[in-house]
Design a protein around this ligand. Structure first.
Ligand code: UT7
Length: 330
């Protein structure tokens, strides 16, 4: 079999129009712009319209990625949507999106839930399936409408989250040495209780009472998540660099999950890289979970911060607690 590199052929992103500023939040809960900026680096986030579901956000991002790649929807034979806020518990958002985009009915379509690590989990999955030779072109999307599972009366969580979508079209190349170099995925399943939506699943199906208690909203132990996030992202970054005999200084750009600027700062210090080597847009979007890395990746490419031959490091963590890192050569 000839060498198969899996390469990102194009990217796209979409953020809903409505901007919710820290100022706006301070009129909803007891907080301030100053506190939010100091503790998280976030200035504003985007909120989807009531009639916009996750597949609608995904649709715009996917169309842009297809255009950027110069690939027609008819060529896609694999659709993976990473999300924790699907349109419905079933069917998958990937099937809804397939139909909206006019992707052939012979394409495999499924959702993947790895929370904020979803795009890296999806990248690993899509690239492995492409490398197997069973699929030719994949559409990978991270899309979230987190605003519908955020408790807007909980000041300890509502400052962080926002809505958005990012997409990548992935294909195969016989040019060796380009594309996905490797991934490092993992999960700390013993820490599921630090960040979860307790109600609405099979453990505690939705009832009038659970709804009243707000069990359908995100519950987060922020401080604990923060500490683990720094630790696992550092490990995931270090492991993948070691595995591929790369030094942090050889990385052109790090695209970290955008959860909190202080977490990104901590990773930068650990890798002994200047913060300028990191792509940061958490100030404008907050944490968009699985959409965070693909939005940042698309914006980084558009801003000319990724050049041919560069190596990019993606690194994320999220509910699960999942974590993941990936190295890509362009
Ligand atoms: O993708 C994974 C998603 N999750 C994360 O990445 C979360 C990681 N965690 C964080 O980003 C931070 O924990 C937060 C930004 C959420 C909170 O920052 P913190 O520095 O960990 O604050 P804290 O929760 O320890 O709270 C410190 C104080 C408390 O007051 P007392 O008990 O010291 O009097 C809180 O009640 O700040 C208070 N506080 C707030 N004050 C103003 C908590 N939230 C707010 C708020 N505005 N929004």
């Amino acid at each position: 079999m000839s060498h198969r590199s899996t390469v990102i052929l194009g990217t796209g992103s979409y953020a809903p129009k409505r901007v919710l500023t820290n100022e706006d939040l301070s009129r909803m809960v007891d907080t301030s712009d100053e506190w939010i900026r100091a503790r998280s680096g976030i200035r504003e986030r985007r909120i989807a319209a009531a009639e916009e579901a996750t597949s609608d956000l995904a649709f715009h991002a996917a169309q842009r990625a297809l255009k950027d790649a110069g690939v027609a929807a008819s060529e896609i034979d694999l659709v993976v949507v990473a999300t924790v806020t699907p349109d419905y518990p079933m069917p998958s958002t990937a099937c809804i999106l397939q139909h909206k985009l006019g992707i052939p009915t012979t394409a495999a379509c499924f959702d993947l839930n790895a929370a904020c690590s979803g795009f890296i989990y999806g990248l690993d999955t899509a690239c492995a399936l492409l490398a197997s030779g069973r699929y030719k072109k994949a559409l990978l999307i991270g899309a979230e409408k987190l605003s519908c599972i955020v408790d807007w009366s909980d000041r300890g969580t509502c400052l962080l989250f926002g809505d958005g979508a990012g997409a990548a079209v992935i294909g195969v190349s016989d040019r060796p040495g380009v594309g996905l170099i490797g991934t490092r995925l993992g999960a700390l399943g013993e820490d599921t209780d630090l960040l979860l939506v307790p109600g609405g699943g099979s453990r505690a199906p939705a009832t009038a009472d659970s709804f009243k208690k707000g069990d359908h909203f995100i519950k987060m132990k922020g401080k604990e998540v923060f500490k683990l996030a720094v630790r696992v992202m550092e490990e995931a970054a270090r492991d993948i660099l070691e595995q591929h005999h790369l030094d942090a200084h050889q990385i052109g750009l790090v695209i970290p999950h955008q959860a909190n600027l202080r977490i990104i700062d901590a990773i930068a210090k650990y890798l002994e890289l200047p913060i300028e080597r990191f792509f940061v847009n958490v100030d404008r979007y907050g944490n968009t979970s699985s959409a965070s890395i693909p939005i940042a990746l698309d914006e980084a490419r558009q801003a000319g911060r990724i050049r041919r031959g560069d190596v990019t490091l993606l690194v994320a963590f999220g509910a699960g607690l999942t974590y993941g890192s990936a190295l890509i050569r362009w």
